[in-house]
Design a protein around this ligand. Structure first.
Ligand code: HEM
Length: 407
């Protein structure tokens, strides 16, 4: 009790210091910031775009220009000092060149756009099955019905995971995804650790199986990927599988959930999309910009650097706010307006530079199937109640999305 009051007091004093120093505050512990961060971002971008966070050894960047610059400059802003919160092992995402270049080259040999595009008819079929399962309900939670299962089924089939293991997979993926959050409770840390142990053991055995008995799936392709005589070690394949599980599910789920919510909140835009399905590509780009599934992307400063007139010392962290950059009025006119025919600058929702999302085209393909599936089946769809967002800072998405539909 005394310990927790003391902790609260320390947090309060640090936030007060932050406010006195810059006139603004980014309270990562606040429920309000987590549920609707966009006002806070606007305030920060206007008044202190390179903002020293006193609760972390970090600066928060909120302008498009600064975020873009940091993500492109992998020499001065490294990814290799961070990793999954509980292990020293380095995945593709947690490495710098030359190790990153080698890993990415090998992974791309397996994760080809041909392999991804082949999935299109299957994702449409899965969508039909998912919507058949709620047929006649009139009212359902779109997250449970579509946004949760679709990415899990797709990645499981792509990897070659049998359907009876999917539930386990979903549970591991949900727990592991928490590892990207900067603030974790003891309970979350132990959930991540136990999921890590289970998934490690599971993939360890599957990789050995594929080595002796290859199948037409992504795990076998990763095991046998070759690039000028180079190949992935057993542990590298394992870490890549773990990364795909963490990076691809909650993110795509949130694109489907946040995107559908944006359409429901803007009936004129939903109508425009129904009238002209050719707009689907730009509609998905706008959904990614408007309510980005990944809000923050961290890097470590390798050498003292000046950003926005402020010197940031080597060893400090910079947190790039993708959500804020994607609403920067210098780059996107009327950024708070959801406009599915928007053109111009590319948003930063999938990152930028050498770590640009490997699964971007897969995520977009899934989202296209999800939105077309729902819009084609239901001429009328409306929101039943305002959804709540997950209590998270990095991955932004709603808990449930209750809709009422008529056919
Ligand atoms: C809407 C869905 C998605 C969003 C918003 C998203 C976002 C991102 C972002 C922002 C990064 C860059 C991280 C950084 O710079 O540190 C990234 C990297 C990555 N993503 Fe995604 N992602 C999505 C879906 C997927 C899917 C479906 C997969 C695979 C199944 C995937 C696999 C990866 C991998 C492996 C990386 C690391 C690439 C590297 O380090 O070179 N992502 N993603």
């Amino acid at each position: 009790m005394i310990k927790s009051s003391l902790k609260q007091l320390v947090i309060w004093l640090l936030l007060l210091w932050e406010r006195l120093e810059s006139g603004v505050v980014y309270n990562l512990a606040s429920q309000r910031t987590r549920s609707y961060p966009y006002d806070v971002y606007d305030n920060l971008r206007e008044r202190d775009p390179v903002h020293r966070l006193r609760l972390l050894k970090a600066h928060l960047l909120t302008s498009y220009e600064d975020v873009d610059r940091v993500l492109r400059d992998h020499r001065r802003f490294s990814n290799s000092r961070r990793g999954f919160a509980f292990t020293e092992l380095r995945t593709l995402l947690h490495s710098d060149p030359p190790s990153h270049t080698r890993l990415r080259g090998l992974i791309l040999k397996a994760f080809t756009s041909r392999a991804v595009n082949k999935l299109e008819p299957r994702t449409r079929e899965i969508m039909d099955e998912l919507l058949d399962a709620v047929e006649g309900s009139g009212r359902f939670d779109l997250m449970r019905a579509v946004a949760f299962p679709l990415p899990i089924i797709v990645i499981s089939e792509l990897l070659g995971i049998p359907s009876e293991d999917r539930k386990k997979f979903e549970d591991w993926s949900n727990r592991l995804a928490k590892s990207v959050e900067p603030v974790l409770s003891d309970e979350e840390i132990s959930g991540i650790r136990s999921a890590w142990d289970s998934v490690y053991e599971y993939f360890d055995a599957v990789i050995d199986e594929r080595r002796t008995d290859p199948k037409d799936d992504l795990i076998s392709s990763l095991v046998f990927a070759r690039d000028e005589g180079n190949k992935l070690t057993h542990e590298e394949v394992l870490l890549t599988l773990l990364l795909l599980l963490v990076a691809g599910n909650e993110t795509t789920r949130n694109l489907i959930g946040n995107g559908m919510l944006a359409l429901l909140d803007h009936p004129d835009q939903m109508k425009a999309l129904r009238d002209d399905p050719e707009l689907m590509g730009s509609a998905i780009a706008e959904m990614l910009r408007f309510d980005s599934p990944v809000q923050l992307d961290g890097r470590f400063v390798e050498e003292d650097v000046v950003i926005g007139g402020k010197t940031i010392k080597a060893g400090m962290q910079v947190l790039c706010s993708l959500g804020a950059a994607n609403r920067d009025p210098k780059v996107f006119s009327d950024p708070e307006c959801f406009d599915i025919s928007r053109s111009g600058a590319t948003n930063l929702a999938f990152g930028r530079g050498i770590h640009y999302c490997i699964g971007a085209s897969l995520a977009v393909l899934e989202a296209k199937s999800a939105f077309s599936g729902v819009l084609n089946r239901y001429p009328s769809i409306r929101l039943v109640e305002r959804p709540e967002y997950q209590d998270q800072l990095v991955l932004r998405g709603v808990k449930e999305l209750w809709v009422e539909v008529t056919r």
